[in-house]
Design a protein around this ligand. Structure first.
Ligand code: SD4
Length: 331
């Protein structure tokens, strides 16, 4: 039955790739909109914790600050929340009990910085920004990322925190097998990805996570990988991903969303088509939740996920809301 459904969907997914974008291409880069009005500033971010993160980002955006500062300050809110089990030091550890963090940031000039498998630093997003601002590199990992962070003055924080250690011990007792798929939407799916368009019309994005809970030590997900967990092209739009990173990496998810917008897809259509690609590449969708969020140059936004349950936070002038994303199927 499942296979039949997959075949059926596979067909509709490939058919979808031939659907013409709903709006006409109106310039050389293929950026499209039916309206000339631009909604800015605006910030959107993944999951409910995005509400608080957006508020802090908004403080920057509403004061004419840059989208780059806004997304960094915004996601730091979630990183600092020790009750959040999927972002920052309070996040779930790997199989060996160590919390390792992934983060990246990208600005309107296509500058980007990233850290992966970083341990013991409270704000990986700010380390990623320092990689971007202060080094000729894009990505630092593991001990190298940590040494760099310490050399920049970031303090080492002992992790895992007590509560996380306790939860890990309990998890280990109940999970004798070496490796387990995450439970959709209730485990491991709370990465914060944030996209902002500032008053000057410039886009930036940030993404930060502790990754797949109880992952194999050394595992890196999509979140610190430019093009997978996050991508920004200031001519077109920005996108970020949440969910099972392996599936996102396989199709360079966020880059795909932005490239579809370049072809004229709306942010919503681009997220939907990218989810279709993920679905068409996986025979078994068990545990495979992925959600995409996108924002274009005119402040249009969209989101779409494989399964129900994904939501995102939106903040613009006179509006702050949590929105349920559309999805392909019910979990
Ligand atoms: C990862 N994509 O490490 C991250 C996890 C995530 O919402 O997004 N959770 O695969």
């Amino acid at each position: 039955m499942k296979r039949r459904f997959f075949l059926k969907f596979g067909l509709s997914a490939s058919a979808l790739s031939f659907i013409k974008p709903s709006k006409a291409i109106d310039n050389l880069h293929g950026f499209t909109s039916n309206s000339d009005s631009i909604v800015k500033p605006i910030v959107i971010s993944t999951w409910e914790h995005g509400m608080a993160a957006n508020e802090n980002a908004w403080d920057i955006l509403s004061a004419n600050g840059s989208s780059l500062d806004a997304v960094e300050i915004g996601v730091k809110t979630t990183e600092a929340d020790m009750t959040n089990r999927s972002v920052g030091i309070g996040g779930r550890p790997d199989l060996s009990g160590q919390v390792t963090l992934d983060a990246c940031i990208m600005d309107s000039n296509s500058n980007c910085g990233s850290v992966a498998c970083l341990e013991g630093i409270k704000h990986p997003i700010s380390v990623a920004r320092r990689v971007m601002d202060d080094t000729p590199h894009v990505m630092l990992v593991g001990q190298g990322a940590k040494d760099f962070a310490l050399s920049c003055g970031f303090k080492h924080i002992k992790s895992p925190i007590k509560e996380v250690k306790k939860e890990w011990r309990e998890w280990k007792r109940g999970n004798k097998e070496k490796f387990k798929k995450p439970i959709i939407n209730s485990e491991n799916h709370d990465t914060i990805g944030m996209l902002a368009l500032d008053a000057n019309g410039n886009l930036s994005g940030a993404c930060t996570t502790s990754g797949w809970g109880y992952k194999l030590p050394g595992r890196v997900g999509d979140s610190p990988i430019i093009g997978a967990g996050l991508f920004v092209d200031n001519e077109i739009g920005a996108a970020c991903a949440t969910g099972l990173g392996e599936a996102v990496i396989r199709i360079s998810g966020s880059h795909t969303v932005v490239e579809l917008m370049r072809q004229g897809y709306s942010p919503q259509e681009a997220c939907k088509e990218t989810v279709s690609r993920i679905i068409s590449k996986h025979k078994n969708l068990d545990g495979l939740q992925v959600g995409f969020l996108a924002l274009d140059k005119k402040g249009n936004y969209g989101a779409y996920s494989v399964f129900n349950g994904f939501n995102f936070a939106l903040k613009k002038v006179n509006k702050s809301s949590l929105i349920d994303a559309e999805y392909n199927r019910r979990w």
